[in-house]
Design a protein around this ligand. Structure first.
Ligand code: XUL
Ligand code: CO
Length: 440
């Protein structure tokens, strides 16, 4: 293992709940079996290339603060090479099995499409070697269809066909790179796919273009032998005022409407859910109920503002409720847990990057154990079973089976005694979740 970029950090070990060592896991134990699978298998943790190795710390009022040696000196490909060496040293020391990238995280975009493609092909070859040496795998690849000014009016939904074609070329190369690296999934996040003003927007036509574009990408990848899943990552806004992939329910409807539901699932991000006015577990549940719960982008927002702050996840009470949905759904379909999270602007030291990921992995591990205990708790099961029990027999069952007409409901209501006001037991359920989380 190389020791060039993080010389003061040894491979991160599990030390147990009593550890005082910030560079050790307190709860995440890769091989520990919970609900029939190891923690490593449940989560398939991935580090995001962009937040962790890109130019970090910039905000609308000032430039980057997290200055790293791989951002400086040499030509573009030498910077890309050093960045990748640093990234794989980090993945290996942290002990994560996966990483995720956009095409132009691996390399800087060139002056022409041909130059960008050549750079990407070269970096793909380096990544392949690194993957073979380290055993780290690619959870998903994607194309950055939002940073370049050419995408200011959208990529797949741009009103100018020449931009749509350019976006297609970029997706083709990003799919090629993903396949070459054995990527298990391919992601579409449409940050510029939406509108700023309806006055200049033909929404129906743009959405049809988006569906056509996604179908073409799917057909190309399948023809190249790609067996993985395609994920759409919903987000309601930011950077565009209104994005077409608003939330889980919107995307499920879109995929079904355009015949894409067999190949596409959802990649759900915590802070995107909260921007849409939903809890994360709501978004997970909508996807799970549609059989489309594919992957998650782990992070958290800030309770006091409405931005996509992409902070590292730390709230195990909320994560427990998310893990309950994931466990009940039988796990993530093909995906994993990608830390789409960034350090705060003033967290500038190298160990901050390790600590942020370690704390996030620990928070998930604690939540998984608690979620499994809640789901197996007789009290929890009984409260839920009891709540819907009137549909398990007699007229309630006949209603579910479609055997009653509205007149029957009228008759039953006439005969029925006083209507039940059965407690929803929310506080008791929260107590169960909290106690299971606190239990050692
Ligand atoms: C942006 C976001 C993206 C996607 C990949 O909010 O989440 O980084 O995850 O394009
Ligand atoms: Co994301």
């Amino acid at each position: 293992m190389s020791d060039t970029y993080f010389p003061n950090v040894s491979p991160i070990a599990f030390e147990g709940a009593d550890t005082d060592n910030p560079l050790a896991f307190a709860f995440y134990e890769a091989d520990r079996v919970v609900a029939g699978r190891s923690m490593a298998e449940h989560f398939k943790f991935a580090v995001s290339y962009w937040h962790s190795f890109g130019q970090g710390g910039a905000d609308p009022f000032g430039g980057p603060t997290q200055l790293r040696s791989w951002h400086e000196g040499g030509d573009a490909q030498s910077r890309a090479r050093r960045k990748m060496d640093a990234a794989f040293e980090f993945f290996t020391k942290l002990g994560v099995p996966y990483y995720c990238f956009h095409d132009y995280d691996l390399v800087e975009e060139g002056a022409t499409l041909a130059e960008s493609n050549a750079r990407l092909a070269e970096a793909t070859a380096w990544a392949k070697e690194h993957q073979e040496d380290s055993g780290v795998k690619l959870l998903w690849g994607t194309a950055n269809l939002f940073s370049n000014p050419r995408y200011m009016n959208g990529a797949a939904t741009n009103p100018d066909f020449s931009v749509v074609a350019r976006a297609g070329a970029q997706v083709k190369s990003a799919i090629d790179a993903t396949i070459e690296l054995g990527g298990e999934n391919y992601v579409f996040w449409g940050g510029r796919e939406g509108y700023i003003s309806l006055l200049n927007t033909d929404m129906k036509r743009e959405q049809e273009h988006m569906a056509r574009f996604l179908g073409m990408a799917r057909d190309y990848a399948r023809a190249q032998g790609f067996k993985g899943c395609f994920f759409i990552e919903p987000k309601p806004m930011e950077p565009t005022k209104h994005q077409y992939d608003y939330d889980s329910a919107t995307v499920v409807g879109f995929l079904e409407r355009y015949g894409l539901a067999n190949d596409f699932k959802l990649n759900l991000e915590v802070n995107h859910a909260t921007l849409a006015g939903h809890s994360f577990e709501h978004e997970l549940q909508v996807a799970a109920d549609a059989g489309m719960l594919g992957s998650i982008d782990a992070n958290r927002g800030d309770e006091q503002n409405g931005w996509d702050t992409d902070q590292f996840p730390i709230n195990s009470f909320e994560l427990t409720q998310a893990m309950m949905v994931i466990l009940k759904a039988g796990g993530l379909a093909g995906g994993g847990v990608n830390f789409d999270a960034k350090l705060r602007r003033n967290s500038t030291s190298m160990d901050d990057l390790f600590i942020a990921h370690i704390a996030g992995m620990d928070a998930f591990a604690k939540a998984l154990v608690a979620a499994d205990r809640v789901l197996s708790s007789p009290d929890y099961q009984q409260i839920l079973q009891q709540r819907y029990s009137s549909f398990d027999q007699n007229e309630g069952k006949a209603f579910e089976d479609g055997q009653l007409q509205l007149e029957c409901l009228d008759e039953l209501a006439q005969e029925s005694p006083d209507l039940g006001r059965q407690s929803g037991k929310q506080e008791r359920l929260e107590q169960i979740v909290w106690r299971e989380l606190m239990r050692p």
